[in-house]
Design a protein around this ligand. Structure first.
Ligand code: BDR
Ligand code: CA
Length: 321
């Protein structure tokens, strides 16, 4: 099976990604790190503990830092709801948190199985950056790293040119990309121009509601209630009744290699720009003369991916119900 560590800011689409991974029989979730982003770290941790419990995961769930490396925290309760999971009403978690800091869990999990662990960053990069301070050899210890973040020569969703996961902690993202440029396999980056191809429509929501009706598993309805908020947010933001669902595509590509091709590019994070701080700049034409630093997802097969995601949830939640 594929051992994964998921660092996320759960978050509606993070919850879908975690559920997807838990539903796959060939994936073993070795750890979950809760990073502040969509909501504060404590709220993310609570969501992750509830999800881990409902998904019957044994993996440790560790809370990360409660603020970004340099700048002040910012949260997106308008996008993800006051708890981070939209309209969903969550039970109280009875699972206890892992006592380790999120950064420590990254290091321990990577050292335990050198060369095997697949790292997934679906939120800001704060805790992976802190983990690199403890263990600078993380890029060599992980099998590979998959990131949802950035917008490569594409408009942002936070600032005009910046994407949320990078905008929350640009210094952390810059350090992670710089360190992982030396990894045996370049990190795979699912940025907005790729993940925004995954558009849930009313039909997708109806299909998920059908899965919830046919399943005893409480998580199916939680996901539907969470997603309704995501649709309302996108509608209020001018996109109509739909939702861009980012994180599950990166998770699915990480464990299947399918649904997109990759393109090697030099990418760096703008830290200074008075208008563009947090932008991920991609050197498409090689003007910098620098080697590539990421494999960017391109040409997403969105319809096939959404069908695969729903099938996996239908199967997995039926079995776990
Ligand atoms: C990213 O920001 C978060 O709100 C989502 O969960 C996703 O990881 C998209 O910009
Ligand atoms: Ca996220």
């Amino acid at each position: 099976s594929i051992p994964v560590l998921v660092d996320c800011d759960t978050g509606i689409d993070d919850a879908l990604a975690l559920t997807y991974l838990a539903c796959r029989p060939d994936v073993e979730i070795r750890g979950i790190v809760s990073t502040g982003g969509n909501v504060p770290t404590a709220a993310v941790q609570r969501n992750n503990l509830v999800l881990a419990e409902l998904l019957a995961l044994e993996a440790p769930v560790a809370a990360g830092a409660d603020r970004p490396l340099v700048q002040e925290p910012m949260y997106a309760e308008d996008t993800h709801g006051p708890t981070g999971l939209g309209h969903a009403v969550l039970p109280e978690p009875s699972r206890t948190a892992d006592p380790r800091a999120g950064a420590r869990l990254w290091v321990d999990a990577a050292r335990e199985h050198p060369g095997e662990l697949v790292g997934l960053v679906l939120g800001p990069h704060t805790n992976l950056a802190l983990a690199l301070e403890i263990e600078p050899r993380l890029p060599q210890l992980l099998a590979r790293l998959h990131i949802m973040g950035g917008a490569l020569n594409h408009r942002g969703n936070t600032g005009p040119t910046s994407e949320w996961n990078i905008a929350v902690d640009p210094e952390a993202a810059q350090r992670v990309l710089a360190a992982f440029a030396a990894a045996p396999q370049l990190p795979v980056l699912g940025a907005l121009e790729a993940t925004e191809a995954v558009r849930f429509t009313d039909a997708t929501l109806a299909e998920l509601a059908g899965i919830a009706r046919g399943s005893e598993h409480p998580l199916a309805q939680i996901l539907v209630d969470a997603l309704r908020w995501y649709f309302e947010f996108h509608e209020a933001d001018g996109f109509g009744w739909m939702a861009h669902v980012h994180d599950p595509l990166v998770a699915a590509h990480a464990v299947t290699g399918a649904f997109a091709r990759t393109c090697a590019l030099p990418v760096d994070v703008e830290l200074l720009g008075s208008l563009t701080r947090g932008q991920t700049v991609a050197d498409e034409l090689g003007r910098w003369g620098r080697p590539p630093t990421v494999q960017a997802l391109r040409d997403v097969q969105a319809e096939a991916f959404i069908a695969h995601l729903l099938d996996t949830l239908r199967e997995g939640l039926a079995h776990r119900g």
